[in-house]
Design a protein. Structure first.
Length: 631
Protein backbone atom coordinates (compact mmCIF):
# COMPACT_ATOMS: atom_id res chain seq x y z
CA UNK A 1 0.00 0.00 0.00
CA UNK A 2 1.21 3.52 -0.82
CA UNK A 3 2.14 5.82 2.05
CA UNK A 4 -0.50 8.57 2.26
CA UNK A 5 0.93 10.46 5.23
CA UNK A 6 4.37 10.69 6.83
CA UNK A 7 4.73 12.54 10.14
CA UNK A 8 8.15 13.24 11.62
CA UNK A 9 9.10 14.77 14.97
CA UNK A 10 6.01 16.86 15.70
CA UNK A 11 5.48 18.30 19.19
CA UNK A 12 2.84 20.29 21.05
CA UNK A 13 2.87 22.04 24.43
CA UNK A 14 0.60 24.45 26.26
CA UNK A 15 2.60 26.43 28.78
CA UNK A 16 4.49 23.94 30.95
CA UNK A 17 2.31 21.03 29.89
CA UNK A 18 3.86 18.86 27.16
CA UNK A 19 1.16 16.98 25.23
CA UNK A 20 3.54 15.08 22.93
CA UNK A 21 7.12 15.53 21.84
CA UNK A 22 8.95 14.44 18.66
CA UNK A 23 6.41 11.79 17.66
CA UNK A 24 6.63 10.20 14.21
CA UNK A 25 4.33 7.80 12.39
CA UNK A 26 3.18 6.70 8.95
CA UNK A 27 -0.34 6.12 7.56
CA UNK A 28 -0.82 4.00 4.45
CA UNK A 29 -3.57 4.05 1.85
CA UNK A 30 -6.65 2.22 3.14
CA UNK A 31 -5.73 2.46 6.84
CA UNK A 32 -8.71 3.25 9.07
CA UNK A 33 -7.33 4.37 12.40
CA UNK A 34 -8.86 5.37 15.74
CA UNK A 35 -6.83 7.59 18.08
CA UNK A 36 -7.34 6.83 21.79
CA UNK A 37 -6.06 8.81 24.78
CA UNK A 38 -7.40 10.41 27.97
CA UNK A 39 -8.95 13.86 27.61
CA UNK A 40 -6.45 16.69 27.72
CA UNK A 41 -3.49 14.68 26.39
CA UNK A 42 -3.47 16.08 22.85
CA UNK A 43 -5.82 14.07 20.61
CA UNK A 44 -7.59 17.08 19.07
CA UNK A 45 -4.31 19.03 18.90
CA UNK A 46 -2.70 16.22 16.91
CA UNK A 47 -5.62 16.07 14.45
CA UNK A 48 -5.52 19.84 13.94
CA UNK A 49 -1.81 19.76 13.17
CA UNK A 50 -2.39 17.04 10.56
CA UNK A 51 -5.31 18.99 9.06
CA UNK A 52 -3.21 22.17 8.83
CA UNK A 53 -5.41 24.08 11.28
CA UNK A 54 -2.61 24.22 13.87
CA UNK A 55 1.17 23.82 13.70
CA UNK A 56 3.79 21.77 15.49
CA UNK A 57 6.09 23.37 18.05
CA UNK A 58 9.80 23.40 17.20
CA UNK A 59 9.52 22.25 13.61
CA UNK A 60 8.60 18.73 12.57
CA UNK A 61 7.06 17.70 9.26
CA UNK A 62 3.60 16.61 8.09
CA UNK A 63 3.82 15.31 4.55
CA UNK A 64 0.85 14.02 2.53
CA UNK A 65 1.34 12.18 -0.75
CA UNK A 66 1.09 14.54 -3.73
CA UNK A 67 -2.47 15.28 -4.94
CA UNK A 68 -4.07 13.68 -1.87
CA UNK A 69 -7.32 15.49 -1.02
CA UNK A 70 -7.86 15.86 2.76
CA UNK A 71 -11.15 16.66 4.56
CA UNK A 72 -11.30 17.61 8.25
CA UNK A 73 -14.34 17.26 10.53
CA UNK A 74 -13.75 19.36 13.64
CA UNK A 75 -15.80 18.96 16.83
CA UNK A 76 -17.21 22.46 16.35
CA UNK A 77 -18.07 23.86 12.91
CA UNK A 78 -18.46 27.59 12.30
CA UNK A 79 -21.23 28.26 9.80
CA UNK A 80 -22.73 31.52 8.55
CA UNK A 81 -26.02 31.71 10.54
CA UNK A 82 -27.72 33.78 7.80
CA UNK A 83 -27.09 31.29 4.98
CA UNK A 84 -29.61 28.60 4.16
CA UNK A 85 -28.52 25.00 4.65
CA UNK A 86 -28.18 24.38 0.89
CA UNK A 87 -26.32 27.64 0.18
CA UNK A 88 -23.90 27.08 3.09
CA UNK A 89 -22.95 23.58 1.96
CA UNK A 90 -22.84 24.65 -1.72
CA UNK A 91 -20.57 27.63 -1.00
CA UNK A 92 -18.09 25.51 1.01
CA UNK A 93 -17.26 23.03 -1.72
CA UNK A 94 -13.96 24.78 -2.35
CA UNK A 95 -12.54 24.33 -5.84
CA UNK A 96 -15.78 22.76 -7.15
CA UNK A 97 -17.74 25.84 -6.10
CA UNK A 98 -15.13 28.07 -7.78
CA UNK A 99 -15.47 26.09 -11.04
CA UNK A 100 -19.26 26.43 -11.00
CA UNK A 101 -19.05 30.16 -10.24
CA UNK A 102 -16.52 30.68 -13.06
CA UNK A 103 -18.85 28.84 -15.44
CA UNK A 104 -21.81 31.04 -14.46
CA UNK A 105 -19.68 34.18 -14.95
CA UNK A 106 -18.49 32.93 -18.37
CA UNK A 107 -22.10 32.34 -19.49
CA UNK A 108 -23.05 35.84 -18.34
CA UNK A 109 -20.11 37.38 -20.23
CA UNK A 110 -20.93 35.63 -23.52
CA UNK A 111 -17.20 35.06 -24.15
CA UNK A 112 -17.12 31.86 -26.23
CA UNK A 113 -13.53 30.96 -25.33
CA UNK A 114 -14.21 31.49 -21.62
CA UNK A 115 -17.38 29.38 -21.90
CA UNK A 116 -15.41 26.62 -23.63
CA UNK A 117 -12.76 26.58 -20.88
CA UNK A 118 -15.38 26.75 -18.14
CA UNK A 119 -17.34 23.83 -19.63
CA UNK A 120 -14.17 21.71 -19.75
CA UNK A 121 -13.52 22.55 -16.08
CA UNK A 122 -17.14 21.64 -15.24
CA UNK A 123 -16.66 18.28 -16.95
CA UNK A 124 -13.49 17.61 -14.95
CA UNK A 125 -15.24 18.05 -11.56
CA UNK A 126 -18.66 16.76 -12.71
CA UNK A 127 -20.06 20.17 -11.83
CA UNK A 128 -23.28 19.49 -13.76
CA UNK A 129 -24.50 17.10 -11.04
CA UNK A 130 -23.35 19.00 -7.94
CA UNK A 131 -26.81 20.20 -6.92
CA UNK A 132 -28.26 16.71 -7.16
CA UNK A 133 -25.34 15.25 -5.15
CA UNK A 134 -25.81 17.85 -2.40
CA UNK A 135 -29.52 17.03 -2.12
CA UNK A 136 -28.85 13.28 -2.03
CA UNK A 137 -26.23 13.52 0.74
CA UNK A 138 -28.30 15.93 2.86
CA UNK A 139 -31.32 13.63 2.46
CA UNK A 140 -29.25 10.60 3.55
CA UNK A 141 -28.37 12.51 6.72
CA UNK A 142 -32.04 13.34 7.40
CA UNK A 143 -31.69 17.02 6.43
CA UNK A 144 -34.72 17.81 4.29
CA UNK A 145 -35.31 21.56 4.89
CA UNK A 146 -32.76 22.95 2.45
CA UNK A 147 -34.00 26.52 2.89
CA UNK A 148 -33.64 26.48 6.69
CA UNK A 149 -31.21 29.18 8.00
CA UNK A 150 -28.06 27.72 9.57
CA UNK A 151 -28.71 29.77 12.72
CA UNK A 152 -31.92 27.78 13.33
CA UNK A 153 -30.30 24.32 13.18
CA UNK A 154 -30.04 22.26 16.35
CA UNK A 155 -26.65 20.96 17.50
CA UNK A 156 -27.38 17.58 15.90
CA UNK A 157 -28.49 19.15 12.61
CA UNK A 158 -25.39 21.37 12.46
CA UNK A 159 -23.20 18.28 13.03
CA UNK A 160 -25.00 16.46 10.20
CA UNK A 161 -24.47 19.46 7.92
CA UNK A 162 -20.73 19.36 8.73
CA UNK A 163 -20.64 15.62 7.96
CA UNK A 164 -22.49 16.22 4.67
CA UNK A 165 -19.89 18.81 3.69
CA UNK A 166 -17.09 16.37 4.52
CA UNK A 167 -18.67 13.57 2.45
CA UNK A 168 -19.35 15.88 -0.51
CA UNK A 169 -15.66 16.76 -0.74
CA UNK A 170 -15.02 13.13 -1.79
CA UNK A 171 -11.61 13.31 -0.13
CA UNK A 172 -8.98 10.57 -0.18
CA UNK A 173 -8.07 11.12 3.49
CA UNK A 174 -10.62 11.89 6.23
CA UNK A 175 -9.63 13.36 9.60
CA UNK A 176 -12.56 13.30 12.06
CA UNK A 177 -12.78 14.53 15.65
CA UNK A 178 -15.69 12.84 17.50
CA UNK A 179 -17.93 12.36 14.43
CA UNK A 180 -20.75 10.71 16.42
CA UNK A 181 -21.26 13.51 18.97
CA UNK A 182 -24.81 14.94 18.86
CA UNK A 183 -25.99 12.41 16.22
CA UNK A 184 -28.98 10.14 16.70
CA UNK A 185 -28.37 6.41 16.34
CA UNK A 186 -29.92 6.09 12.85
CA UNK A 187 -27.47 8.67 11.46
CA UNK A 188 -24.54 7.06 13.31
CA UNK A 189 -25.41 3.73 11.69
CA UNK A 190 -25.65 5.39 8.25
CA UNK A 191 -22.20 7.01 8.71
CA UNK A 192 -20.82 3.75 10.06
CA UNK A 193 -22.07 1.85 6.98
CA UNK A 194 -20.72 4.53 4.62
CA UNK A 195 -17.23 4.47 6.18
CA UNK A 196 -17.14 0.66 6.21
CA UNK A 197 -17.67 0.59 2.43
CA UNK A 198 -15.78 3.77 1.49
CA UNK A 199 -12.40 3.36 -0.21
CA UNK A 200 -10.82 6.10 1.83
CA UNK A 201 -8.10 6.44 4.44
CA UNK A 202 -9.12 7.88 7.79
CA UNK A 203 -7.87 8.92 11.20
CA UNK A 204 -10.48 9.71 13.83
CA UNK A 205 -11.05 10.30 17.51
CA UNK A 206 -14.21 8.63 18.81
CA UNK A 207 -15.60 7.43 22.13
CA UNK A 208 -18.18 5.16 20.41
CA UNK A 209 -16.71 1.68 20.77
CA UNK A 210 -19.14 -0.08 18.39
CA UNK A 211 -18.45 2.60 15.77
CA UNK A 212 -14.71 2.18 16.35
CA UNK A 213 -14.83 -1.63 16.06
CA UNK A 214 -16.96 -1.65 12.90
CA UNK A 215 -15.04 1.06 11.02
CA UNK A 216 -11.39 0.90 12.12
CA UNK A 217 -8.69 -1.72 11.59
CA UNK A 218 -5.94 0.00 13.60
CA UNK A 219 -5.71 1.88 16.91
CA UNK A 220 -3.19 4.59 17.80
CA UNK A 221 -2.76 5.18 21.53
CA UNK A 222 -1.27 8.45 22.74
CA UNK A 223 0.23 7.67 26.16
CA UNK A 224 2.63 9.92 28.11
CA UNK A 225 3.53 11.79 24.94
CA UNK A 226 4.40 8.59 23.02
CA UNK A 227 2.38 7.02 20.19
CA UNK A 228 1.76 3.25 20.13
CA UNK A 229 0.17 1.26 17.30
CA UNK A 230 -2.17 -1.74 17.63
CA UNK A 231 -3.61 -3.72 14.71
CA UNK A 232 -7.13 -4.99 15.37
CA UNK A 233 -10.29 -4.01 17.27
CA UNK A 234 -10.93 -2.36 20.64
CA UNK A 235 -10.96 -5.63 22.63
CA UNK A 236 -7.58 -6.62 21.19
CA UNK A 237 -6.28 -3.13 21.98
CA UNK A 238 -7.19 -3.53 25.66
CA UNK A 239 -5.46 -6.91 25.77
CA UNK A 240 -2.28 -5.73 23.97
CA UNK A 241 -2.19 -2.49 25.99
CA UNK A 242 -2.18 -4.45 29.23
CA UNK A 243 0.52 -6.71 27.83
CA UNK A 244 2.62 -3.64 26.93
CA UNK A 245 2.27 -2.25 30.45
CA UNK A 246 3.27 -5.59 31.99
CA UNK A 247 6.38 -5.76 29.78
CA UNK A 248 7.30 -2.16 30.61
CA UNK A 249 6.81 -2.84 34.32
CA UNK A 250 9.01 -5.95 34.09
CA UNK A 251 11.77 -3.88 32.46
CA UNK A 252 11.45 -1.18 35.13
CA UNK A 253 11.65 -3.80 37.91
CA UNK A 254 14.72 -5.32 36.26
CA UNK A 255 16.33 -1.85 36.03
CA UNK A 256 15.62 -1.22 39.73
CA UNK A 257 17.28 -4.49 40.73
CA UNK A 258 20.36 -3.62 38.67
CA UNK A 259 20.32 -0.11 40.09
CA UNK A 260 20.64 -1.43 43.66
CA UNK A 261 23.82 -3.35 42.76
CA UNK A 262 25.28 -0.42 40.80
CA UNK A 263 24.47 1.94 43.66
CA UNK A 264 26.56 -0.23 45.98
CA UNK A 265 29.45 -0.06 43.48
CA UNK A 266 29.13 3.74 43.13
CA UNK A 267 29.22 4.19 46.91
CA UNK A 268 32.14 1.79 47.31
CA UNK A 269 34.28 3.26 44.50
CA UNK A 270 36.93 5.68 45.77
CA UNK A 271 36.65 9.11 44.19
CA UNK A 272 40.24 8.90 42.92
CA UNK A 273 39.42 5.87 40.76
CA UNK A 274 36.25 7.19 39.13
CA UNK A 275 38.12 8.16 35.97
CA UNK A 276 38.93 4.49 35.31
CA UNK A 277 35.23 3.54 35.08
CA UNK A 278 33.59 6.62 33.59
CA UNK A 279 31.53 4.49 31.15
CA UNK A 280 30.09 2.56 34.10
CA UNK A 281 29.17 5.76 35.93
CA UNK A 282 27.38 7.05 32.82
CA UNK A 283 25.55 3.73 32.52
CA UNK A 284 24.53 4.06 36.18
CA UNK A 285 22.76 7.38 35.51
CA UNK A 286 21.02 5.96 32.42
CA UNK A 287 19.84 3.03 34.54
CA UNK A 288 18.63 5.41 37.21
CA UNK A 289 16.45 7.23 34.62
CA UNK A 290 14.90 3.92 33.48
CA UNK A 291 14.27 2.77 37.05
CA UNK A 292 12.57 6.04 38.04
CA UNK A 293 9.80 5.71 35.43
CA UNK A 294 6.35 5.34 37.01
CA UNK A 295 3.54 3.54 35.15
CA UNK A 296 0.85 4.55 37.60
CA UNK A 297 -2.22 5.46 35.58
CA UNK A 298 -4.43 8.26 36.77
CA UNK A 299 -8.04 7.14 36.62
CA UNK A 300 -11.21 8.85 37.72
CA UNK A 301 -12.52 7.31 40.94
CA UNK A 302 -16.30 7.66 41.31
CA UNK A 303 -17.00 6.89 44.96
CA UNK A 304 -20.13 8.87 45.83
CA UNK A 305 -23.00 7.76 48.05
CA UNK A 306 -26.63 7.63 46.94
CA UNK A 307 -29.62 8.42 49.18
CA UNK A 308 -32.10 5.78 50.36
CA UNK A 309 -34.89 5.20 47.85
CA UNK A 310 -38.47 4.56 49.03
CA UNK A 311 -41.15 2.43 47.40
CA UNK A 312 -42.76 5.24 45.41
CA UNK A 313 -40.49 6.70 42.72
CA UNK A 314 -42.24 8.51 39.83
CA UNK A 315 -45.79 7.59 38.78
CA UNK A 316 -47.06 8.85 35.40
CA UNK A 317 -50.71 8.59 34.42
CA UNK A 318 -52.08 9.61 30.97
CA UNK A 319 -49.43 12.31 30.55
CA UNK A 320 -49.76 14.49 27.43
CA UNK A 321 -47.66 17.38 26.21
CA UNK A 322 -47.70 19.33 22.93
CA UNK A 323 -45.77 22.27 21.54
CA UNK A 324 -48.26 23.99 19.23
CA UNK A 325 -49.59 21.37 16.85
CA UNK A 326 -46.71 18.99 17.54
CA UNK A 327 -47.48 16.25 20.05
CA UNK A 328 -44.41 15.41 22.17
CA UNK A 329 -46.02 12.87 24.53
CA UNK A 330 -49.37 11.16 24.08
CA UNK A 331 -51.16 9.41 26.99
CA UNK A 332 -47.99 8.14 28.62
CA UNK A 333 -48.53 5.99 31.72
CA UNK A 334 -45.78 4.27 33.69
CA UNK A 335 -44.70 3.58 37.28
CA UNK A 336 -40.96 3.51 37.87
CA UNK A 337 -39.71 0.73 40.14
CA UNK A 338 -36.76 0.67 42.54
CA UNK A 339 -33.33 0.16 40.93
CA UNK A 340 -34.79 0.31 37.44
CA UNK A 341 -32.42 1.05 34.53
CA UNK A 342 -34.09 2.58 31.49
CA UNK A 343 -32.49 3.73 28.23
CA UNK A 344 -34.18 6.22 25.91
CA UNK A 345 -33.65 6.29 22.15
CA UNK A 346 -35.33 8.04 19.25
CA UNK A 347 -34.60 10.43 16.42
CA UNK A 348 -33.43 13.97 17.11
CA UNK A 349 -36.49 16.06 17.93
CA UNK A 350 -38.61 13.05 18.96
CA UNK A 351 -39.02 14.46 22.49
CA UNK A 352 -36.36 12.64 24.55
CA UNK A 353 -34.99 15.70 26.39
CA UNK A 354 -38.54 17.06 26.74
CA UNK A 355 -39.49 13.83 28.51
CA UNK A 356 -36.58 14.23 30.95
CA UNK A 357 -37.68 17.80 31.70
CA UNK A 358 -41.17 16.47 32.50
CA UNK A 359 -39.78 13.82 34.87
CA UNK A 360 -37.70 16.42 36.73
CA UNK A 361 -40.52 18.99 36.95
CA UNK A 362 -38.85 21.59 34.71
CA UNK A 363 -41.86 21.22 32.38
CA UNK A 364 -45.48 20.57 33.35
CA UNK A 365 -47.78 18.31 31.28
CA UNK A 366 -50.80 19.66 29.39
CA UNK A 367 -52.88 16.90 30.96
CA UNK A 368 -52.38 13.80 33.08
CA UNK A 369 -50.53 13.39 36.39
CA UNK A 370 -46.88 12.98 37.44
CA UNK A 371 -46.43 12.06 41.12
CA UNK A 372 -43.02 11.82 42.79
CA UNK A 373 -42.11 9.90 45.96
CA UNK A 374 -41.11 11.69 49.16
CA UNK A 375 -37.63 10.14 49.27
CA UNK A 376 -36.91 10.90 45.61
CA UNK A 377 -33.71 12.84 45.05
CA UNK A 378 -33.05 13.47 41.35
CA UNK A 379 -29.59 14.06 39.88
CA UNK A 380 -30.01 15.57 36.40
CA UNK A 381 -26.99 15.65 34.07
CA UNK A 382 -28.17 17.80 31.16
CA UNK A 383 -26.95 17.73 27.60
CA UNK A 384 -26.33 21.50 27.65
CA UNK A 385 -23.51 20.99 30.14
CA UNK A 386 -22.37 22.80 33.24
CA UNK A 387 -23.63 26.25 34.27
CA UNK A 388 -21.23 28.48 36.19
CA UNK A 389 -20.73 32.05 37.33
CA UNK A 390 -18.32 34.31 35.46
CA UNK A 391 -14.79 33.84 36.76
CA UNK A 392 -15.76 30.92 39.02
CA UNK A 393 -12.95 28.45 39.77
CA UNK A 394 -13.14 24.65 39.91
CA UNK A 395 -12.89 24.57 43.72
CA UNK A 396 -15.45 27.39 44.17
CA UNK A 397 -17.88 25.53 41.91
CA UNK A 398 -17.78 22.44 44.13
CA UNK A 399 -17.67 24.29 47.48
CA UNK A 400 -20.80 26.23 46.52
CA UNK A 401 -22.60 22.87 46.71
CA UNK A 402 -20.85 21.32 49.73
CA UNK A 403 -17.57 21.51 51.68
CA UNK A 404 -17.63 17.75 52.28
CA UNK A 405 -19.01 14.85 50.24
CA UNK A 406 -20.35 11.48 51.45
CA UNK A 407 -18.69 8.43 49.91
CA UNK A 408 -20.28 5.04 49.20
CA UNK A 409 -18.72 3.48 52.34
CA UNK A 410 -20.31 6.10 54.62
CA UNK A 411 -17.28 8.33 55.14
CA UNK A 412 -17.01 12.04 54.35
CA UNK A 413 -14.16 13.61 52.43
CA UNK A 414 -13.33 17.19 51.55
CA UNK A 415 -14.25 18.84 48.25
CA UNK A 416 -10.54 19.03 47.43
CA UNK A 417 -10.08 15.27 47.94
CA UNK A 418 -13.12 14.45 45.80
CA UNK A 419 -11.89 16.76 43.02
CA UNK A 420 -8.59 14.89 43.11
CA UNK A 421 -10.51 11.61 42.59
CA UNK A 422 -12.13 13.22 39.54
CA UNK A 423 -8.65 13.99 38.12
CA UNK A 424 -8.43 17.62 39.26
CA UNK A 425 -5.02 17.87 41.02
CA UNK A 426 -4.10 20.68 43.40
CA UNK A 427 -2.73 22.91 40.61
CA UNK A 428 -6.08 22.70 38.73
CA UNK A 429 -8.34 23.74 41.62
CA UNK A 430 -7.93 27.48 41.03
CA UNK A 431 -8.39 27.26 37.25
CA UNK A 432 -11.43 29.11 35.93
CA UNK A 433 -14.20 26.78 34.77
CA UNK A 434 -14.56 28.64 31.47
CA UNK A 435 -11.01 27.75 30.38
CA UNK A 436 -11.34 24.01 31.05
CA UNK A 437 -11.43 21.65 28.07
CA UNK A 438 -14.76 20.08 27.05
CA UNK A 439 -13.83 16.80 28.75
CA UNK A 440 -12.74 18.54 31.96
CA UNK A 441 -15.99 20.52 32.12
CA UNK A 442 -17.97 17.29 31.66
CA UNK A 443 -16.05 15.58 34.49
CA UNK A 444 -16.62 18.54 36.79
CA UNK A 445 -20.31 18.65 35.88
CA UNK A 446 -20.68 14.93 36.64
CA UNK A 447 -19.11 15.49 40.06
CA UNK A 448 -21.49 18.39 40.88
CA UNK A 449 -24.46 16.14 40.00
CA UNK A 450 -23.26 13.07 41.93
CA UNK A 451 -22.07 14.89 45.07
CA UNK A 452 -25.71 15.72 45.89
CA UNK A 453 -26.16 11.96 46.52
CA UNK A 454 -29.08 11.35 44.10
CA UNK A 455 -31.11 8.13 44.13
CA UNK A 456 -32.67 8.73 40.70
CA UNK A 457 -29.98 9.59 38.17
CA UNK A 458 -31.02 11.12 34.84
CA UNK A 459 -28.28 11.39 32.22
CA UNK A 460 -28.86 13.21 28.92
CA UNK A 461 -26.06 12.31 26.45
CA UNK A 462 -23.42 11.70 29.15
CA UNK A 463 -20.85 10.26 26.71
CA UNK A 464 -20.26 13.50 24.75
CA UNK A 465 -16.71 14.81 25.36
CA UNK A 466 -15.73 11.93 27.66
CA UNK A 467 -12.85 9.72 26.58
CA UNK A 468 -13.18 5.93 26.34
CA UNK A 469 -11.15 5.24 29.49
CA UNK A 470 -13.37 7.56 31.57
CA UNK A 471 -16.49 6.00 30.04
CA UNK A 472 -15.37 2.55 31.23
CA UNK A 473 -15.15 3.87 34.80
CA UNK A 474 -18.54 5.61 34.55
CA UNK A 475 -20.11 2.38 33.26
CA UNK A 476 -18.72 0.43 36.22
CA UNK A 477 -20.14 3.02 38.64
CA UNK A 478 -23.59 2.98 37.01
CA UNK A 479 -23.72 -0.83 37.04
CA UNK A 480 -23.41 -0.74 40.85
CA UNK A 481 -25.49 2.44 41.39
CA UNK A 482 -28.03 1.97 44.21
CA UNK A 483 -30.93 3.81 42.65
CA UNK A 484 -32.86 4.33 39.39
CA UNK A 485 -31.25 5.22 36.08
CA UNK A 486 -32.83 7.03 33.14
CA UNK A 487 -30.35 7.51 30.28
CA UNK A 488 -30.60 9.21 26.89
CA UNK A 489 -27.62 8.24 24.76
CA UNK A 490 -26.58 7.67 21.17
CA UNK A 491 -23.71 5.47 22.38
CA UNK A 492 -24.96 1.92 21.73
CA UNK A 493 -22.16 0.23 23.70
CA UNK A 494 -22.84 2.48 26.71
CA UNK A 495 -26.56 1.63 26.61
CA UNK A 496 -25.86 -2.10 26.33
CA UNK A 497 -23.65 -1.92 29.44
CA UNK A 498 -25.92 0.20 31.66
CA UNK A 499 -29.66 -0.35 30.97
CA UNK A 500 -32.10 -3.26 31.10
CA UNK A 501 -34.99 -1.98 29.00
CA UNK A 502 -35.69 0.81 26.53
CA UNK A 503 -38.23 3.56 25.94
CA UNK A 504 -38.43 3.95 22.16
CA UNK A 505 -39.66 7.44 21.22
CA UNK A 506 -41.61 7.71 17.96
CA UNK A 507 -43.31 10.50 16.03
CA UNK A 508 -46.61 11.69 17.48
CA UNK A 509 -45.52 11.31 21.12
CA UNK A 510 -45.86 7.52 21.12
CA UNK A 511 -43.48 5.62 23.46
CA UNK A 512 -42.82 1.88 23.13
CA UNK A 513 -41.40 -0.02 26.12
CA UNK A 514 -38.95 -2.69 24.94
CA UNK A 515 -37.52 -5.16 27.47
CA UNK A 516 -33.87 -5.82 26.62
CA UNK A 517 -30.65 -4.04 25.62
CA UNK A 518 -30.24 -1.73 22.65
CA UNK A 519 -28.52 -4.45 20.60
CA UNK A 520 -31.46 -6.79 21.27
CA UNK A 521 -33.82 -4.02 20.17
CA UNK A 522 -31.91 -3.58 16.89
CA UNK A 523 -32.12 -7.34 16.26
CA UNK A 524 -35.88 -7.15 16.89
CA UNK A 525 -36.18 -4.25 14.40
CA UNK A 526 -34.22 -6.19 11.77
CA UNK A 527 -36.53 -9.18 12.20
CA UNK A 528 -39.58 -6.90 11.89
CA UNK A 529 -38.13 -5.29 8.75
CA UNK A 530 -37.46 -8.74 7.25
CA UNK A 531 -41.06 -9.81 7.99
CA UNK A 532 -42.41 -6.54 6.50
CA UNK A 533 -40.26 -7.05 3.39
CA UNK A 534 -41.54 -10.62 3.02
CA UNK A 535 -45.16 -9.44 3.34
CA UNK A 536 -44.55 -6.63 0.83
CA UNK A 537 -43.02 -9.13 -1.61
CA UNK A 538 -45.98 -11.50 -1.23
CA UNK A 539 -48.40 -8.62 -1.94
CA UNK A 540 -46.30 -7.47 -4.92
CA UNK A 541 -46.19 -11.04 -6.30
CA UNK A 542 -49.96 -11.34 -5.95
CA UNK A 543 -50.50 -7.99 -7.70
CA UNK A 544 -48.09 -9.01 -10.46
CA UNK A 545 -50.07 -12.21 -11.06
CA UNK A 546 -53.32 -10.25 -11.17
CA UNK A 547 -51.79 -7.74 -13.63
CA UNK A 548 -50.44 -10.59 -15.77
CA UNK A 549 -53.91 -12.15 -15.90
CA UNK A 550 -55.45 -8.79 -16.84
CA UNK A 551 -52.77 -8.24 -19.49
CA UNK A 552 -53.45 -11.68 -20.97
CA UNK A 553 -57.14 -10.85 -21.18
CA UNK A 554 -56.40 -7.45 -22.78
CA UNK A 555 -53.99 -8.99 -25.28
CA UNK A 556 -56.60 -11.57 -26.26
CA UNK A 557 -59.20 -8.83 -26.75
CA UNK A 558 -56.76 -6.69 -28.78
CA UNK A 559 -55.77 -9.66 -30.94
CA UNK A 560 -59.40 -10.38 -31.67
CA UNK A 561 -59.93 -6.69 -32.54
CA UNK A 562 -56.88 -6.58 -34.80
CA UNK A 563 -58.20 -9.38 -36.91
CA UNK A 564 -60.40 -6.70 -38.49
CA UNK A 565 -57.29 -4.60 -39.47
CA UNK A 566 -55.20 -5.13 -42.57
CA UNK A 567 -51.68 -6.55 -42.09
CA UNK A 568 -50.12 -3.11 -42.72
CA UNK A 569 -52.49 -1.41 -40.25
CA UNK A 570 -51.75 -4.03 -37.57
CA UNK A 571 -48.00 -3.36 -37.91
CA UNK A 572 -48.59 0.42 -37.79
CA UNK A 573 -50.67 0.12 -34.59
CA UNK A 574 -48.01 -2.04 -32.91
CA UNK A 575 -45.30 0.49 -33.85
CA UNK A 576 -47.37 3.37 -32.44
CA UNK A 577 -47.78 1.52 -29.11
CA UNK A 578 -43.97 1.42 -28.85
CA UNK A 579 -43.23 4.94 -30.14
CA UNK A 580 -45.77 6.88 -28.04
CA UNK A 581 -44.34 5.78 -24.61
CA UNK A 582 -40.81 6.48 -25.87
CA UNK A 583 -41.76 10.02 -26.89
CA UNK A 584 -43.52 10.62 -23.55
CA UNK A 585 -40.42 9.43 -21.65
CA UNK A 586 -38.17 11.72 -23.71
CA UNK A 587 -40.52 14.66 -23.07
CA UNK A 588 -40.47 14.01 -19.27
CA UNK A 589 -36.66 13.83 -19.22
CA UNK A 590 -36.34 17.08 -21.15
CA UNK A 591 -38.84 18.84 -18.87
CA UNK A 592 -36.84 17.69 -15.83
CA UNK A 593 -33.69 19.12 -17.40
CA UNK A 594 -35.45 22.43 -18.01
CA UNK A 595 -36.37 22.77 -14.33
CA UNK A 596 -32.94 21.66 -13.01
CA UNK A 597 -31.33 25.08 -13.49
CA UNK A 598 -28.12 23.50 -14.81
CA UNK A 599 -28.60 24.08 -18.56
CA UNK A 600 -26.82 26.82 -20.52
CA UNK A 601 -28.76 29.35 -22.65
CA UNK A 602 -28.07 27.32 -25.82
CA UNK A 603 -29.15 24.09 -24.18
CA UNK A 604 -32.30 25.73 -22.81
CA UNK A 605 -33.25 26.92 -26.29
CA UNK A 606 -32.54 23.56 -27.93
CA UNK A 607 -34.45 21.70 -25.21
CA UNK A 608 -37.52 23.94 -25.52
CA UNK A 609 -37.54 23.49 -29.33
CA UNK A 610 -37.30 19.71 -29.02
CA UNK A 611 -40.17 19.59 -26.49
CA UNK A 612 -42.36 21.50 -28.97
CA UNK A 613 -41.49 19.01 -31.73
CA UNK A 614 -42.31 16.06 -29.46
CA UNK A 615 -45.69 17.53 -28.45
CA UNK A 616 -46.61 18.03 -32.11
CA UNK A 617 -45.48 14.48 -33.06
CA UNK A 618 -47.33 12.97 -30.07
CA UNK A 619 -50.59 14.65 -31.09
CA UNK A 620 -50.31 13.16 -34.60
CA UNK A 621 -49.40 9.66 -33.43
CA UNK A 622 -52.04 9.56 -30.68
CA UNK A 623 -54.69 10.66 -33.17
CA UNK A 624 -53.62 7.90 -35.60
CA UNK A 625 -53.59 5.33 -32.74
CA UNK A 626 -57.18 6.26 -31.86
CA UNK A 627 -58.24 5.88 -35.50
CA UNK A 628 -56.69 2.40 -35.79
CA UNK A 629 -57.99 1.30 -32.36
CA UNK A 630 -61.59 2.11 -33.33
CA UNK A 631 -61.58 0.07 -36.53
Amino acid sequence: MASFLQVENISKSYGDKVLFQNISFNINEGDKIALIAPNGTGKSSLLKILAGVDSSDRGGEVKFMKDIKVAFLDQISNFNPQNTLFDEVYSRLGSTYDVIRNYEQAISSGDERAIERAMAAMDSVDGWNVEQRIKQVLSSLKLSRLDQPMGELSGGEAKRAAIALMLLQEADFLIMDEPTNHLDIDVIEFLESFLQKARCTLLMVTHDRYFLDRVCNTIFELDRGELYTYKGNYSLFLEKREERYNNMQANIDKARNLLRRELEWIRATPQARTGKARYRINAFYDLKDKASVSLSRQQMNIDVASSRLGGKIIDCEDVCLSFGERKMLDDFSYKFSRYERVGIVGKNGAGKSTFLNLMTGILQPDSGKIERGETLRIGYYRQQGIEFKTGQTVLEMVQDIAETISTADGHSISATAMLNRFLFPAEALNKRVDILSGGEQRRLYLLTVLMRNPNFLILDEPTNDLDILTLNILEEYLQSFKGCLLIVSHDRYFLDKTVEHMFIFREGGNVKDFVGTYSEYREYIKEQEAEDAARAKAIADKQAKQQAATKTHTTTTTTQQRKKLSYKEQRELEALEIEIPQLEAEKSALEEGLSSGTLSHEELSATATRIGEIISTLEEKEMRWLELSEI
